[in-house]
Design a protein around this ligand. Structure first.
Ligand SMILES: Nc1ncnc2c1ncn2[C@@H]1O[C@H](COP(=O)(O)OP(=O)(O)OP(=O)(O)O)[C@@H](O)[C@H]1O
Length: 241
């Protein structure tokens, strides 16, 4: 197995230019975060605090900040990013969307088809995304992120606007896929139950500029995470902290 990737994030300053005469908004200032190789970290925090901004900086989509983001283990890690909305290309079929970041080889095609089978949506391979439900589109987006074999997986509220049973299914799929192909995960959510069910570590961001107000180790095994009572008990303690 390839070396797992850890992250060292040191944002000296990230700000956005003013909109309509408002003052410059500093989103992060002196923000430091280290993530262990192979860790599953959930980021919680109120809307607008800067969670997506942080993922965009880690992914390299946003380079307009001062500071450093270093990766350990893999100097050029493969990065999977599941955006808040599935962002599938409407003029490409499901299979073509998944193949997009891959080389045009037979083995890449097999990987994509295996992922679709693993997601339980093999029958959608030749379908265009607009014909799919949101839950199916989210599965395709997850398959696309996994197709590259990511060392680092960034996930921005990937289960939002899904009914509870679809979200539960996708959560189980994610955990099963990570068991097969481990990655370092940063997962943004508003849902503390989601965080407790999946993460080893939960970081709560607050304030402006944003900083971590809680950094909690979950330390539950898989059986405990599947036990609703155990999750609620942990959540009670977590919220009271
Ligand atoms: N390109 C941009 N230009 C100007 N301001 C921006 C830009 N992108 C984000 N912002 C502002 O930066 C702040 C942080 O946005 P961000 O999307 O990172 O928050 P978030 O915590 O992910 O929110 P949510 O949970 O609602 O997705 C918000 O106030 C937002 O309006």
């Amino acid at each position: 197995m390839a070396a797992m990737t850890g992250l060292k994030i040191e944002i000296d300053c990230k700000s956005y230019p003013p909109l309509g005469g408002a003052p410059m908004r500093r989103i992060f200032e002196g923000f430091h975060l280290s993530v262990d190789p192979g860790a599953f970290v959930c980021l919680l925090g109120q809307s607008g605090i800067g969670k997506t901004t942080l993922l965009n900086m880690i992914s390299g989509l946003d380079t307009d900040y001062s500071g450093r983001i270093e990766f350990h283990g893999e100097p050029k890690p493969r990065m999977g990013y599941v955006f808040q909305t599935p962002r599938l290309l409407p003029w490409r079929t499901v299979l073509e969307n998944i193949l997009l970041p891959l080389p045009s080889t037979e083995s890449a095609r097999e990987t994509a088809l295996d992922l679709l089978a693993g997601m339980g949506i093999s029958d959608t391979q030749d379908v265009y995304p607009e014909r799919l439900s949101l839950g199916m589109q989210r599965r395709v987006a997850l398959a696309r992120a996994f197709a590259i074999g990511p060392d680092v997986l960034l996930m921005d509220e990937p289960f939002t606007s899904l009914d509870e049973s679809t979200a539960d299914r996708l959560r189980d799929l994610l955990i099963a896929m990570l068991a097969q192909r481990p990655a370092t995960v940063l997962f943004v959510t508003h849902d503390s139950r989601d965080a407790i069910r999946m993460a080893e570590r939960i970081l709560v961001l607050s304030g402006s500029p944003a900083h971590a107000v809680k950094d909690v180790s979950v330390g539950m095994n898989l059986d405990e995470r599947l036990d609703k009572g155990a999750v609620e008990a942990f959540r009670g303690r977590f919220l009271a902290q």
